[in-house]
Design a protein around this ligand. Structure first.
Ligand SMILES: [Zn+2]
Length: 163
């Protein structure tokens, strides 16, 4: 019998000394929270849940890409509140051992990476990323029609590539 099946069977097995008046429920009889393992740190306000990574992130330790939608067992706890909305924190461990913490940001209705990983920067200027911007239509047309301008451009590019 698998451990899950055993756990389920346990839930429905009423021991001979079980007294509904005294024990009220099987969970109380066994002295266990109904969520069992997932609730073992409940006294610290921590519940283990399945957490789905809300955006693409990169692990700080191993550098691996963790895709949006990837699932982890995470410790969920409330760490404060913004007006009447709880701020929730989710801590999970990447397979490399890195602790990754993500929390909700009720003010901006989004998630923030607190530690252990970084979010890809989705906006950047071409200069920052050191890529050559694609020329616009006008620029291309001028290069095509004006041989001198084209020559200047080519020299500039070769100078730039020499660094
Ligand atoms: Zn990692």
């Amino acid at each position: 019998m698998s451990s899950l099946a055993a756990a389920k069977a346990d839930n429905f097995y009423f021991p001979p000394d079980f007294d509904p008046k005294r024990h009220q429920s099987l969970n109380k009889y066994h002295g266990q929270h109904p969520l069992r393992e997932r609730a073992k740190k409940l006294d610290q306000g921590i519940l283990v849940i399945r957490f789905e990574v809300p955006f693409n992130i990169w692990c700080d330790k191993c550098g691996e890409h963790i895709a949006k939608g990837e699932r982890f067992n995470a410790e969920k706890k409330a760490i404060g509140s913004y007006h009447s909305t709880k701020v929730l924190q989710f801590s999970m461990t990447h397979h490399c051992g890195c602790r990754i913490t993500i929390q909700t940001d009720p003010k901006n209705a989004e998630y923030l990476v607190v530690e252990g990983a970084r979010k890809k920067e989705e906006t950047y200027s071409a200069a920052d990323a050191e890529v050559i911007e694609l020329p616009d239509e006008e620029e291309r047309e001028r290069r095509r029609r004006d041989p001198l301008y084209r020559l200047e451009y080519q020299q500039e590019v070769s100078e730039r590539s020499r660094g």
